[in-house]
Design a protein around this ligand. Structure first.
Ligand SMILES: [Zn+2]
Length: 513
C-alpha cells in the first residue's frame, strides 16, 4: 500500500475562515490532538501575519514532536526570516512558501510578469533552503494556471531545492478528472519531479474537495492537505476525517492509505468544533451527530438482524465511545486525576485542583458526569490564559415571566479591577443579558449570531453558548459552557470581548494576506 502523507491546515487555512479566532493555548491544544490523530505535517499558522500567530507557531514547534510543524510564508525574505525564528525549534524545520501562478492572480494581485514570478519563486526557495531542510512551495491558484507555465516554474523551484510541491485548487473550481489531469501533466513533463513530494490542496466551493483530492492521489500526489471538520476559507477545505475514512473503508478499491489514527477522529473533531465555535452539521459525513443514526423502520429492522445491511462505518472505528458515564458526585480527586490522564491531559497540580473544583460544582448539580462533560471541563482548564486582565462575570440574574418584560441585572469585574453593575430589559432573557452587558463594557458591540447547544445527552446536559459579534469594528467569537444556558450566554458574550482585547494587544505586525 502506498502511504499518503496527511498535512493538516486546521490552524492556518481553518483558522483563517470567517468568525474563528483561537488564542495560543487553544491552538496548542488542537496541535497536540492533531499529533495524537497522527497528522504527518501540522501547519500551525502564518508566523509573519501577526504577533499572536508567531507565538502560537513557535510554541507548537517547541511542543509537538512526532508530527512535522510548518508555517506559511509569502515569497519575501522577511516572512522567511520570521518563520525561521518561530519554526527552528521543530524536530524537522519545515516552511511553506507560496506564490500565485495563474494569469488572473499574477496580473491583478502581484502585478508581475511570468518571468518575474519564476525569478521570485526561485529566489525565495533558495533563501529558505539556507535555513530549512524541508521547503514546501505552493503555486497559489495552480488549477487556473497555464499548464506549461506551471511545468516551467515547478521545474525551476525543484532545481532551487524545494522538497514538496503543492498544487492548490485555491478557489474550489476543479472537477476530479481535471484536477487529476493537472498532476499527471506535471508528473509526465517535469524533470526531477519524482525526487519531490507532490501535494494536493482542495477547496470545497463546489462540494468536490475530497473527490478532487482522491483524484490527485490517483495521479501521483503523495500528500493531501485539508482540515478537521472541513473548516477553511469560504466553503472550507477537504475534510481530513472524511478522506482518511474513505481510503480505509474502500481499501478494496484504493491501493493507498494514510497513517491517521482513525479512533482519534471523534475527539479531534469535537475539540476543533468546541474551540472554534463552529458547529458540525448533523448530517455531515463521518462526524455528524446523525452519521450513525438509523431512523427508518426498515433500516432499523435490517440493522438489528445484521449491522452491515445498512452500516458501512461503525461508530467504534472513529472512537465513538459506548461507555459514557465515568464519574459521579463521590469520586475523589485521585480518581478524577487518573481519568484526566487517561483522557490524555497533562495538567499541572494547580490546574488539576481548579478542574477538580469545577467538577465538584458540576457533580452537585448533575448526577452523572459523562466523558463528554469531563472532556469539556478539562479542556476549558487547559486553555486558560492568565496573561492580561479582562472582563470577568461576577453574577447574573434574570427576571422572566410570560406576562412581564424580561429584566437582567449583571455585575462584572472590569480589566481595571472595578466592580461594575447594571440592569436592563430586553424582548427575551438572552437579549436582556446582552443589552445589560453592552452597557457594562467599554466600546461598540454589534451582535451577529448567537447559538446554544447541549453537550452530551440528557435533560441535565451542559449548555454551550457561542456568540459571534463585532467589537470595536472587528469580528470576534466567544464561547462558554455552564449548566445554565443564561449563564453560559453571559460568559460567552464576555469571552468574545476578551478575545478581542487580547488580540488588540498582540497585533503588532500588519496582516497583509
Ligand atoms: Zn487554502
Amino acid at each position: 500500500m502506498r502511504k499518503i502523507d496527511v498535512f493538516d491546515t486546521t490552524l492556518r487555512d481553518g483558522e483563517q475562515s470567517a468568525g474563528i479566532n483561537l488564542n495560543t493555548a487553544e491552538k496548542l491544544e488542537i496541535a497536540k490532538q492533531l499529533e495524537r490523530f497522527n497528522a504527518d505535517v501540522i501547519e500551525a499558522g502564518f508566523p509573519a501575519s501577526s504577533q499572536g500567530d508567531f507565538e502560537a507557531v513557535k510554541k507548537i514547534a517547541q511542543t509537538v514532536k512526532s508530527s512535522i510543524v510548518t508555517g506559511l510564508a509569502r515569497s519575501v525574505k522577511s516572512d522567511i526570516d520570521t518563520s525561521w525564528e518561530a519554526l527552528k525549534y521543530g524536530e524537522q524545520p519545515h516552511i511553506h512558501i507560496f506564490l500565485a501562478t495563474s494569469p488572473i492572480h499574477m496580473t491583478h494581485k502581484l502585478k508581475k510578469t511570468p518571468d518575474q514570478v519564476v525569478d521570485i519563486a526561485v529566489e525565495s526557495v533558495k533563501y529558505a533552503k539556507k535555513h530549512f531542510p524541508l521547503v514546501q512551495w505552493s503555486a497559489e491558484d495552480a488549477f487556473r494556471s497555464d499548464p506549461d507555465f506551471l511545468v516551467r516554474v515547478v521545474r525551476e523551484v525543484i532545481k532551487a531545492g524545494a522538497t514538496t510541491i503543492n498544487l492548490p485548487d485555491t478557489v474550489g473550481y476543479a472537477t476530479p478528472s481535471e484536477y487529476g489531469a493537472m498532476f499527471r501533466h506535471l508528473k509526465e513533463n517535469v524533470p526531477g519531479i519524482d525526487r519531490v513530494k507532490l501535494s494536493a490542496h482542495c477547496h470545497n466551493d463546489l462540494g468536490m474537495a475530497v473527490a478532487n483530492t482522491i483524484a490527485a492521489i490517483e495521479n501521483g500526489a503523495d500528500q493531501v492537505e485539508g482540515t478537521i471538520n472541513g473548516l477553511g476559507e469560504r466553503a472550507g477545505n477537504a475534510a481530513l476525517e472524511e478522506l482518511a475514512v474513505a481510503l480505509h473503508i474502500r481499501q478494496d478499491k484504493f491501493t493507498f492509505g494514510t497513517d491517521v489514527k482513525l479512533d482519534e477522529i471523534k475527539r479531534t473533531s469535537q475539540l476543533v468544533s468546541q474551540l472554534t465555535g463552529m458547529a458540525i452539521q448533523a448530517n455531515k459525513a463521518v462526524v455528524g451527530k446523525n452519521a450513525f443514526a438509523h431512523e427508518s423502520g426498515i433500516h432499523q429492522d435490517g440493522m438489528l438482524k445484521e449491522r452491515t445491511t445498512y452500516e458501512i462505518i461503525t461508530p467504534e472505528l472513529i472512537g465513538e465511545n459506548s461507555t459514557q458515564i465515568v464519574l459521579g458526585k463521590h469520586s475523589g480527586r485521585h480518581a478524577f486525576k487518573d481519568k484526566a490522564i487517561a483522557l490524555g491531559f497533562e495538567l499541572s497540580d494547580e490546574k488539576i485542583t481548579e478542574a477538580f473544583k469545577a467538577f465538584k460544582e458540576l457533580a452537585d448539580k448533575k448526577k452523572e458526569i459523562s466523558e463528554d462533560d469531563l472532556y469539556v471541563l478539562l479542556t476549558d482548564q487547559q486553555i486558560q490564559e492568565e496573561e492580561v486582565p479582562v472582563y470577568e462575570l461576577k453574577s447574573v440574574q434574570v427576571q422572566y415571566g410570560n406576562g412581564s418584560i424580561p429584566t437582567a441585572s449583571v455585575s462584572v469585574i472590569s480589566p481595571d479591577g472595578d466592580l461594575l453593575q447594571e440592569a436592563s430589559t430586553g424582548s427575551g432573557s438572552v437579549e436582556a443579558i446582552c443589552n445589560t452587558l453592552e452597557r457594562l463594557v467599554k466600546g461598540k458591540v454589534h451582535l451577529l449570531d448567537y447559538r446554544v447547544t447541549s453537550i452530551g445527552k440528557g435533560r441535565d446536559a451542559l449548555g454551550e453558548a457561542v456568540v459571534n459579534m463585532t467589537y470595536n469594528g472587528k469580528s470576534t467569537t466567544g464561547r462558554d459552557v455552564a449548566q445554565d444556558v443564561l449563564e453560559a450566554s453571559a460568559k460567552a458574550y464576555l469571552n468574545a470581548i476578551n478575545r478581542q482585547l487580547v488580540n488588540e494587544r498582540k497585533r503588532s505586525y500588519a496582516k497583509t494576506v
